[in-house]
Design a protein. Structure first.
Lengths: 487, 634
């Protein structure tokens, strides 16, 4: 491998962007936006290099960076990439870049907005690349805290309430994760936070059974696990567009990734013991989320609850402890991230112009803004599991894994696809088809610049929808070794 | 890559490429869009002709596939093309009808604001259907199956600002998805059991010593059939199809003949040996489709909208195809699929000419506006109607004979009798449609104009070329009804080598009985509708309760509205309420309780020395009182 520490370089993209934004005076919002875009573009570029250089055939982590940081506590600067986090790094960089582009029209406190957004991205990149439990928890907090400000300042609909609810829930999650992380540290007795070394330590069975639920629920809150999910739709609705994209697209994946990276490999017996319980919870997520989405009247709430439902598919895939299921879960994390970013990017455009998201007041949008509507409809069809878009394969793999381990749940979840289609079609039909339900000013359809970020997202949905191997070939070897640990 | 494989890819991807070009680049350029889409269809058609010549005529079978979806370490699913007489013949049928519909639509859809989008969606439809037909893997079939559903949704709801069209599109998508749940589960079960879903391997596994238990095959076959029932509008899931005519009429022609509804029948034919390994399921299918065929025929007898008559006739004829397959005759079922594709497309396109002219779907209205003036339409309607009725020598006669023959050889006496009765009813409603539409009625005046379903809005000057395209298409398809009927022995030799197939003009007892019933049906229709001074009211329409029952889809939709839809809505409302009040309410309550508790405690810390002093004095006094009462202080 060449001497360039690519992962640190990737982390440097938002950090340098953040510094750049901070030193630029607030009276140059255009420059600040350009810095953010360059930083996003650089991140995408670095990830592209990582993706190209990544060798799926090689076991273990690649692009390893290991420097001792606080030897006394066994904390080290340890980053690495395998098939589980490479797709998520790619997802983050794509959502980051497109998020910056859809926020181009922002006028209010531009400097602060982009500064917080970049801080958030630093945290997310950090979580996805670090192999050190201390840094994992640290970055986790870095990612969560700017969220409060981003929603409370730039948000809409009940923004203080949404921001506070989100923060409190996520802190409850932290309150469960931190003691569990410390228990892992002390329990191993290695004096090290290094995840690769902790993974080699064998924790006693009783220890695993007790600690696993702490991690699963603690991380699970961030992934929107039922019944601790209500922060998520409320937060989505309150957040500004780019933040919704990052929030639903990337942040919720942190939780699932925590389960995948920390809880499952370190505590395999715990994972086995609790698998049925977590699978049932995930099924509740899927079915319940779909039914609640069917009754919503706000476009963003529909998406929020669809996220609850779709993240249930991720959690279900993880709970199967099978290769097919985990492959599907990782694929679904990526795919759902892109899809939901597209959802919020489209709704953001509509809301900015019509100042309403109430399905009962919309209608006929496909006539007045065909391009903007097409993007939303594509996202809705992806969510409904229409093949040709990447989610279809991800969900299919999860169903396959579920059928192996929990046949009854598989039948329930597959049957729930009708409800998923029902709420997706309901929104399309009520908001985009038919006649406008009330008079509204003429608004311009999406132009080329606004279409660009959305088109990028659609392109990824189609790319992996037509060629799922492009991503599964990367995920699969890593899943295989994880499953070997689990059994 | 061999020649046939390449041709098969061309058959599928020419329409996809056209779709991409049209939707991405030519949305504002109607003529160019139609040109590109038709070019794609022509390429697809040519390639499928070549495929038939290279694969079906010499009776070969090819399988080419490549790894598409890794599942886990041990398994990966391979996608590809499966070429044999069945798939290539079907590909040709699809390509022919698609091309016909596209050419016809240049006239029918002229001037529509969504003209380019329309052609983009048609090309998408063509790609999805060809992908389904040629697929080598059941999962691949499922993928295209869903895409066919998507394309139908987009095309039925093409006029997305008409509420009825949108409702129909939604209904079609959702109702077929209900069946698809079963299809998906069936495919997943097969993948779990076999680690693959390649069609020849699945068929082999169901055979003797193939590794699958009979019980597993029965369960899987039943699940797969759920998808077929939804897609081919059978049994309880038929009601989406009559509504689907809200789409543009050429779309109905496509949807009702070679694509969408044909997909279900094709799947059964494709996996026929697998399904035959589950005799219980095939028995159930026979009874279900027989009931559907008869029920739909009764609905067609009373409908007054020409497209509705045709829609019910499609359901009924699909029932016949599936009956043929259920008793084990691949050749008969597929033969009827082919002839039906030809004459049903013809009927819809002829109806389209009338609708285009009269701006109404009502048969009496069309008649009043001079239907006979539309010569091509009249020829098409008569030829198509004769084929549908099963009149010799039109194509429908031969294929229906093949099915009735297969039923006579394998099914019980009552089934055969009812199937013959259905043939008579078919002749009756077909003739009723022709008479009502074409025979001038001098007793009635021109009625009020009813809104037409699936009628293009705009009338543009210079439409003559477009109308010529429509006429030519109809005449070509009308000529085909006289040709397709002779394909029976050819199908028989390739699809069912062991089966005894009747020559086209052999007349046994069965044929004569069927012809007699057809004559009776037509005669009755003539008496009621065709003769001079006829009352123009059918026997079923004379009893209002019966007519209402038949017209209203046997009240099946009402049943759904009263049960499933109501329950699902209630459940979603309950879930919503629970989420807002109980789940979220609990945490809000906890938060408010915490804040409230803090406020209460804050009262104590109010900073007034007097208050603190008062509390201290009061507490001491209370303490003293209590202690003196219990006797602690003496």
């Amino acid at each position: 491998m060449s001497g360039v520490p690519l992962l640190t370089l990737l982390l440097a993209c938002p950090i340098l962007g953040l510094v750049g934004v901070l030193v630029t005076p607030a009276r140059f919002p255009g420059a600040i936006k350009r810095i953010a875009a360059v930083s996003g573009l650089a991140a995408v570029g670095v990830v592209a290099v990582l993706w190209a250089k990544f060798d799926p055939g090689r076991p273990g982590y690649q692009f390893l960076e290991l420097r001792s940081w606080v030897p006394a506590f066994g904390i080290s600067w340890h980053n690495g990439v395998d098939g589980l986090n490479l797709p998520l790094l790619a997802l983050t960089s794509i959502v980051y870049l497109t998020g910056v582009l859809v926020t181009w029209e922002l006028r209010e406190r531009v400097k602060e907005f982009f500064a917080f957004m970049m801080l958030l991205v630093v945290g997310v990149f950090g979580v996805f690349m670090t192999l050190d439990l201390f840094f994992f928890v640290f970055y986790y907090e870095v990612a969560v805290l700017p969220m409060y400000l981003l929603i409370a300042i730039w948000g809409s609909t009940r923004k203080e309430y949404g921001a506070m609810k989100l923060t409190l829930y996520l802190l409850v999650g932290t309150a469960l994760v931190v003691p569990a992380a410390l228990a892992l540290y002390w329990g191993a007795g290695l004096g090290s936070f290094d995840l690769t070394r902790l993974a080699a330590a064998h924790y006693p069975r009783n220890f695993q059974l007790v600690v696993y639920p702490f991690l699963f629920v603690g991380f699970g809150i961030l992934a929107g696990i039922w019944p601790l999910h209500t922060w998520s739709p409320v937060g989505h609705v309150a957040a500004p567009t780019a933040v919704s994209m990052l929030h639903a697209g990337v942040l919720m994946k942190l939780g699932a990734y925590g389960i995948l990276r920390v809880a499952m490999p370190l505590l395999p017996e715990g994972a086995h013991y609790w698998a049925t319980a977590t699978a049932v919870l995930a099924t509740v997520n899927i079915v319940y989320g779909a039914f609640v989405a069917l009754a919503q009247t706000d476009l963003k709430f529909v998406i929020g609850y669809s996220s609850v439902s779709h993240m249930g598919i991720v959690l279900l895939g993880l709970s199967t402890l099978t290769e097919a299921g985990i492959n599907g879960a990782v694929f679904q994390m990526f795919s759902h991230g892109i899809m939901t970013a597209l959802f919020f990017a489209s709704v953001g455009y509509i809301y900015d112009r019509l100042h309403t998201r109430d399905i009962g007041r919309l209608g006929g949008l496909s006539r007045s803004m065909p391009v903007a509507s097409a993007f939303f409809i594509i996202a809705a069809l992806t969510g409904a599991g229409v093949p040709g878009f990447s989610s279809f394969w991800a969900e299919l793999l999860v169903f396959l894994g579920t059928l192996k381990t929990f046949p009854v749940l598989a039948v329930i979840v597959v049957a729930a696809l009708t409800v998923t289609l029902a709420y997706s079609i309901r929104v399309i039909v009520l908001a985009f088809f038919g006649e406008p339900r009330e008079a509204r000013p003429h608004v311009a359809d999406m132009g080329a610049f606004d279409s660009l970020p959305r088109a990028i997202l659609v392109a990824f949905l189609l790319l992996f929808g037509f060629a799922p191997r492009l991503i599964l070939d990367i995920i699969e070897p890593a899943t295989r070794s994880l499953v070997r640990v689990l059994s | 890559m061999t020649g046939p494989t390449l041709a098969a890819l061309l058959v599928q991807f020419a329409p996809l490429a056209a779709c991409a070009v049209v939707l991405l680049g030519l949305r504002r350029r109607a003529r160019a869009a139609a040109g590109v889409a038709i070019a794609g269809a022509v390429i697809s058609f040519a390639a499928s002709v070549w495929l038939v010549a290279a694969v079906a005529v010499p009776d070969r079978s090819l399988l080419a596939q490549t790894v598409f979806l890794p599942v886990d370490a041990a398994h990966a699913l391979a996608f590809g093309v499966l070429l044999d007489p069945l798939s290539t013949a079907m590909a040709l049928v699809v390509a022919t009808i698609t091309l016909a519909v596209m050419v016809y639509s240049t006239g029918y859809m002229r001037g529509d604001p969504g003209f380019a989008r329309y052609y983009g969606f048609l090309a998408l439809f063509a790609w999805a259907m060809q992908g389904l037909v040629l697929s080598a893997n059941l999962l691949q079939t499922l993928v295209f199956w869903e895409l066919v559903g998507l394309a139908s949704f987009l095309l039925i709801g093409f006029w997305f600002d008409r509420p009825a069209a949108v409702a129909a599109a939604r209904k079609a998508f959702l109702m077929t998805r209900v069946g698809d749940v079963g299809f998906l589960l069936g495919v997943l079960l097969l993948i779990r059991a076999l680690g693959l879903a390649t069609i020849p391997d699945v068929i082999a596994a169901a055979g003797a010593g193939g590794g699958l238990t009979p019980r597993f095959v029965t369960v899987t076959a039943a699940l797969l059939l759920m998808g077929v029932i939804g897609k081919s509008a059978q049994g309880p899931l038929f009601t989406w199809l009559p509504d689907a005519m809200e789409g543009p009429t050429p779309v109905s022609a496509l949807l009702h003949s070679a694509t969408m509804v044909a997909a279900g029948v094709y799947l059964v034919a494709r996996l026929h040996p697998f399904f035959l390994a589950a005799p219980v399921v095939m028995h159930a299918l026979l009874y279900l489709t027989l009931a559907t065929a008869l029920a739909a025929a009764t609905m067609a007898m009373v409908a007054s909208d020409i497209k509705r008559v045709l829609a019910y006739s499609t359901i009924s004829q699909l029932g016949y195809m599936l009956m043929g397959l259920a008793v084990g005759s691949t050749a008969a079922g597929f033969f009827h699929l082919t002839t039906h594709a030809g004459f049903k497309a013809l009927l819809f396109l002829s109806a389209g000419i009338f609708i285009h002219h009269a701006h109404s779907n009502e048969m009496r209205e069309i008649n009043a506006r001079g239907a006979l003036g539309q010569r091509a339409g009249a020829i098409g309607l008569v030829a198509g109607g004769a084929a549908l009725a099963g009149l010799i020598p039109f194509s429908g006669y031969f294929s229906k004979e093949a099915i009735l023959g297969a039923l006579g050889a394998a099914a019980g006496r009552w089934v055969v009798a009812l199937a013959y009765l259905g043939a008579g009813l078919t002749a009756y409603y077909s003739a009723r449609m022709v008479f009502l539409t074409l025979v001038p009625d001098d007793r009635t005046a021109v009625g009020t104009r009813a809104p037409a379903h699936g009628e293009a809005v705009a009338k543009v000057p210079g439409a003559a070329a477009g109308e010529r395209a429509m006429d030519v298409t109809v005449l070509v398809l009308a000529a085909l009804t006289l040709v397709l009927g002779y394909l029976g022995p050819w199908f028989g030799a390739r699809l069912a080598p062991g089966e005894r197939v009747h020559g086209p003009f052999e007349f046994g007892l069965g044929q004569l009985a069927a012809l007699a019933l057809v004559a009776a049906g037509i005669g009755l229709a003539w008496y009621e509708f065709g003769r001079r001074g006829a009352a123009r009211i059918g026997f079923a329409e004379r009893v209002p309760a019966v007519a209402a029952f038949f017209r209203d889809n046997w009240y099946v939709d009402r049943l759904y509205r009263a049960t499933v839809i109501r329950w699902a809505t209630a459940l979603s409302r309950a879930a919503h309420w629970n989420d807002e009040r109980i789940v979220n309410g609990a945490t809000d309550g906890l938060a408010n309780g915490t804040v409230g508790g803090g406020r209460l405690l804050a009262l104590v810390q109010n900073g007034y020395v007097q208050a603190y002093l008062a509390v201290v004095v009061t507490l001491i006094a209370v303490l003293a009182a209590v202690l003196s009462r219990v006797g602690g202080v003496r």
